[in-house]
Design a protein around this ligand. Sequence first.
Ligand SMILES: Cc1cc2nc3c(=O)[nH]c(=O)nc-3n(C[C@H](O)[C@H](O)[C@H](O)COP(=O)(O)OP(=O)(O)OC[C@H]3O[C@@H](n4cnc5c(N)ncnc54)[C@H](O)[C@@H]3O)c2cc1C
Length: 461
Amino acid sequence: MTVETRSLTDELTEIVGAAHVLTEQELISGFVTDWTRRWTGHTAAVVRPANTDEVSAVLAACHRAGAAVVPQGGNTGLVGGSVPMHGEIVLSTVRLNRIDRVDPVGRTIDAGAGVTVAEAQRAARHHGLDFGIDLASRDSATMGGIVSTNAGGIRMIKNGNTRAQLLGVEAVLADGTVFTRWKELTKDNVGYDLPGLLAGAEGTLAVITRVRMKLVVPPRATKVALVGVESVGGALEFVDTLQRSGLSLEAAELMTRSGIDLVQHHKSLRAPFAEDTPFALLVEVSGQADAQQLLLDALTAGESVIVDAAIEDGPAHRLWNYRESHTEAVGAVSTTPPVKLDISTPLREIESFLAELTVRMRDAFPGVRAICFGHIGDGNIHVNLLDVADDQREAVTDMVLRLVARHDGSISAEHGVGRAKAPWIGLGRTPVDLQLMRSIRSALDPAGILNPAILPSNPQP
Ligand SMILES: Cc1cc2nc3c(=O)[nH]c(=O)nc-3n(C[C@H](O)[C@H](O)[C@H](O)COP(=O)(O)OP(=O)(O)OC[C@H]3O[C@@H](n4cnc5c(N)ncnc54)[C@H](O)[C@@H]3O)c2cc1C
């Protein structure tokens, strides 16, 4: 630890109290490694401020000391963006965990950045409402984290992404200045959408301390179907049939036979269908009283592409388990930390992208297993690559992301760029676009102390 860092640690201790500046190795180990265990960094201190004033004082002190800071919420981001790979101070939002208000009339929730998605859901449900974002990491992922990554998740097809839920934000800039835009208006076009700019900024523009988010009216009842299909085209055709059926589509998730097999073994589940199919589609729908009949009609209409189907009343945890356990199963069985590439393509390209990916993986990386699944209705596929040797990581990532670009897709559909995809950011954005991002960054953080190693940053003087 340098003399400068030691005196900064003292200053941070004065701000948040000794109990909330962690420096002991055993206390900080959970903060310096990410959920996938692929990214492990190091830090002189993890700071846990209790409110916006303390966040402001912490950032002002780091700014004066020229110390870089990585904001961290639930640390479930899958791209290494919350990990201090270069010895940055970790600013944890774990104590910003208060839900200040649920307004059942305006249908909004005011919550600290460290409140988890599951806590927000519970608070909303207490008032007969729901939180519009849902994802399998709900018990750990935080409001600050989902805003900063502009998370999508399993309800995006119905409610839109996190940016679409965001009404107001309180955030602290790198020098400690507090920025607040705290409206509950869905229509408010006075100048730039600065809260929207912070959404997806991956902690590079400000530390979010509180958010005001929209809530949604939950469907009265849902039906869940797990449908075996022969092809990706068939899955998309069935999604289209459902969208035209008068039902409201709440979720549409694609899985492959190999992914289902993996989950089945890992979780000791029964095979979902009597007959094996190369793909399975999980859909959740809501609608009028005759939702069951409409769903059966849609399944009959889709006979040409559907091999088998199982239907249950929502929430249908048993059927969802096949989908939601994918990330855990993949992590458990891979002999190396999986390479996780979260991509999207236009719907018309998904089938050819996946077909080409299968052939290229087999030819170029025969020892690597690819397990693909994801939010197919949004064109989003999580490409998980298992058993990738250390010296293959870069080449296999390069191959997949270039293939995505050739199919007019995005190298980051919902997890962000983080460290995992930083070298490939040019595949998704033009030089002018990247330069504009740098300009915005230097306007908000001229000293470049906020998460400096990710997204396009300016060379330091
Ligand atoms: C099992 C599993 C399932 C998942 N499913 C989905 C899914 O369906 N959809 C999806 O989009 N993602 C998914 N994820 C990824 C992850 O949960 C999301 O990216 C989530 O938004 C991260 O939230 P977090 O609080 O854990 O953020 P962290 O991982 O702590 O941080 C993520 C990024 O945000 C920044 N950040 C965090 N908090 C703040 C703050 N208060 N202010 C400024 N910057 C901040 C960090 O610096 C980092 O760059 C999944 C992850 C897992 C493990």
